[in-house]
Design a protein around this ligand. Structure first.
Ligand SMILES: [Zn+2]
Length: 333
């Protein structure tokens, strides 16, 4: 019996009778991070990193949840578990599982570039590495993040000079706070959409972020003119967007590397900024674990597993319900 199995409810450790990021309700769930494809409603008890506790309480309501610190081991029926930084979003973890000398690591989602708000990714030695592969193709090579933040501030300043409002879109958990952290408040005022504002308020207690103003029914077009608005991608094509006046739209996502994705989204500016590892990031992380076995869970799973198999790893794909960074279904965080 493998230490972790892929079942109809999620990734299961039968020795400890716990699930990792289950997609159905279970008795005990260990959660890597707060995105809705990983932290799902309906389980009796949750265990996660301490910073992820307020995040999933905000998203899932009144739940029974215990927070752990990075690197602090805990034992369930002889199996030792611990959470380690995955660098994906604030509070995001990889989960290390050890039993009788055998070590598995489940990444959830991760990135190796530092984003200025999440604890940086930490490679963990293991025998079997269960990895995401959202951007597991060689075409995905990220630029240095500071270059993207520079482009965003220049775009905003140019829009402001023309009295145009900048609408910058990204996922409400992680991406928005990362964008906010690197915006230059000397250019103007930063406004937020309600959904964006709520998650940012949860994280403000833990992160040093520039001030923002929430857009309400009283906010006038004149007031926001030339300033910047942070919002989730779902606002594109909504009536809410019409209240903002003369706009330039920008979208920050790894998928913006694809011209077709930019055209489908019909945004004025595409900023290629992802909270997932690019091709080199995935490969360097796998090498750093020293693992022999790799299981790919979501993204370009089959192609990535084939590449790894051809290069010396025992690699395979398992079906999960994780989505990674989605483009079309981006109403969720
Ligand atoms: Zn995620």
């Amino acid at each position: 019996m493998p230490l972790l199995e892929f079942t109809s409810k999620g990734i299961y450790c039968s020795q400890a009778n716990v699930y990792l990021d289950p997609w159905r309700g279970v008795n005990k769930a260990l959660i890597t991070h707060g995105h809705s494809d990983h932290a799902r409603w309906g389980s009796q008890h949750y265990i996660t990193h301490e910073l992820n506790v307020p995040i999933i309480k905000h998203r899932l309501g009144s739940i029974s949840v215990v927070g752990k610190r990075y690197g602090d081991p805990f034992n369930i029926n002889g199996v030792q578990f611990s959470f380690h930084p995955s660098g994906h979003v604030p509070g995001a973890s990889q989960i290390r599982v050890e039993y009788k000398g055998e070590v598995w690591v489940f990444t959830g989602d991760y990135k190796v570039q530092s984003d200025g708000i999440s604890t940086p990714f930490e490679p963990i030695k293991c025998h079997t590495f269960i990895t995401e592969s959202t951007f597991g193709l060689p075409v995905f090579q990220w630029e240095e993040p500071y270059r993207i933040h520079e482009k965003i501030n220049i775009w905003w300043a140019e829009n402001q000079a023309q009295k145009t409002t900048s609408l910058l879109m990204g996922y409400s958990l992680g991406k928005i706070q990362r964008l906010l952290k690197h915006l230059d408040p000397s250019i103007g005022t930063i406004y937020t959409h309600g959904a964006t504002d709520e998650m940012t308020m949860v994280l403000r207690a833990y992160l040093d972020l520039p001030a923002t103003k929430r857009i309400t029914a009283e906010t006038s077009k004149k007031e926001i003119e030339g300033n910047l608005v942070l919002a989730p991608p779902a606002v594109m094509g909504s009536t809410w967007i019409k209240k903002l006046g003369n706009l330039s739209t920008g979208y920050a996502s790894g998928w913006m590397a694809f011209r077709g994705a930019r055209r489908r989204r019909a945004v004025d500016r595409a900023f290629v900024l992802s909270d997932h590892a690019d091709w080199n990031g995935l490969l360097s992380s796998i090498k750093a674990t020293g693992c022999e076995n790799v299981i790919t869970t979501h993204g370009y799973t089959d192609l990535f597993a084939q590449y790894l198999s051809a290069n010396g790893w025992n690699a395979k794909t398992e079906k999960t319900q994780y989505e990674g960074e989605t483009l079309e279904n981006s109403t969720e965080e």
